[in-house]
Design a protein around this ligand. Structure first.
Ligand SMILES: [Fe+2]
Length: 343
């Protein structure tokens, strides 16, 4: 088996492949690692056949849908996944073939209703059902501590103790453990009594994950994250640095139109000398009147450099082929001591 483990902060994802047939799958792919999965697969001479999420993630962004559409291969989840874009829904005990490898799904609800573990040879990919020295939490949507107790004690922990455990999260840089080690050392697994276990899980008082709303929205719908929108916009435009623009402002370069796309109040308080004002929210409405010449070299500016990137991308999409964005925003411009004028 060809095997790669990738860490994205505390998230773990896995590329596994059959060395004989070059067929591969990615387990719990993370959005920021898309290029890395593709590069690793080609490095190993593998072709990705499946993208698999062990459950609906509430704390990070899955790349499953995006990669499955890009590669035209199935997105795989448990049959109870609420996501409409899942192509292959696995029931408990079902396997998918990866060349000569078999990935067997074990339904392990508890962390979420749609959680599953995947058994491949001597490796058990436990998602957030079982972590090294811990378990997944049960206080997020569809979590259920009674179900987690059942999944762990009546199913997972009865498997071969020599199985290697590869979780979807690990915060202390350990790459795996074994079931036997977890049964012996994992503090949460010492509470074998269902009542005690459930009470412990109910009293963890964990804070909510940072990206809960956006992660659930995008992972359940297949919609894009804000970061994705921004990076797609950034891929459409080129940028000018603060220093480069400063030199052009000082030289009164007439070949560049600085377009401030913030709201009126922000513009009035302080803007780059010579900048014109057209708020992002009115760009499409007023562009024909305000910017009749599509050959203009327009440089968009906002407070932090994000909305200006979206504005420059919009301008490019409607035919301003020389639209560019400031690499940074007014905040950075002011902090660098560059000149600002007010109305
Ligand atoms: Fe999770």
């Amino acid at each position: 088996m060809i095997f790669e483990q990738l860490a994205t902060g505390g998230c773990r994802s896995y590329l596994i492949g059959c060395g004989d047939t070059c067929a591969a799958a990615v387990i719990d792919p993370e959005l920021s690692q898309v290029d890395r999965y593709l590069a690793l697969a080609s490095n190993h001479g593998l072709r990705i056949h499946y993208l698999i999420d062990t459950h609906t993630h509430a704390d990070h962004f899955s790349a499953g849908r995006q990669l499955s559409r890009r590669l035209d291969v199935p997105m795989v989840m448990h049959q109870s996944s609420p996501a409409p874009f899942v192509d292959m829904r696995l029931g408990d005990g079902e396997s998918i073939a990866l060349g000569k490898l078999r990935l067997k799904a074990l339904h392990t609800p508890g962390h979420t209703r749609d959680s599953m573990c995947l058994l491949v040879e001597n490796r058990l990919f436990t998602g957030d059902t079982l972590l090294i020295g811990g378990t997944g939490r049960t206080d997020l949507p569809t979590g259920n501590p009674e179900a987690l107790h059942d999944s762990l004690f009546n199913h997972i922990l009865r498997l071969d103790p020599a199985l290697e455990v590869y979780p979807a999260h690990e915060y202390k840089n350990r790459d795996h453990t074994t079931l036997g080690q977890e049964i012996r050392d994992n503090p949460r697994l010492q509470r074998r009594d269902p009542g005690e276990f459930v009470q412990m899980m109910r009293n963890l008082n964990l804070s909510m994950p940072t990206h809960l709303t956006e992660a659930l929205r995008t992972n359940l719908s297949g919609g894009k994250t804000i970061a994705q929108l921004l990076s797609e916009a950034a891929a459409l435009v080129s940028f000018m640095s603060l220093d480069e623009l400063r030199a052009r402002v000082d030289a009164h370069d007439a070949g560049i139109l600085v377009l401030d796309v913030r709201e009126r109040d922000a513009y009035a308080i302080g803007h780059i000398p010579g900048a014109r004002h057209l708020p992002r929210g009115q760009l499409e409405l007023r562009v024909n009147d305000e910017l009749p010449d599509p050959t203009l070299r327009i440089l968009t500016v906002c407070e932090f450099g994000r909305v200006s990137t979206l504005a420059a991308a919009t301008l490019r999409q409607i035919g301003f082929q020389r639209a560019i964005a400031l690499d940074g925003g007014m905040k950075a411009w002011r902090e660098a001591g560059h000149p600002v004028v007010s109305d």
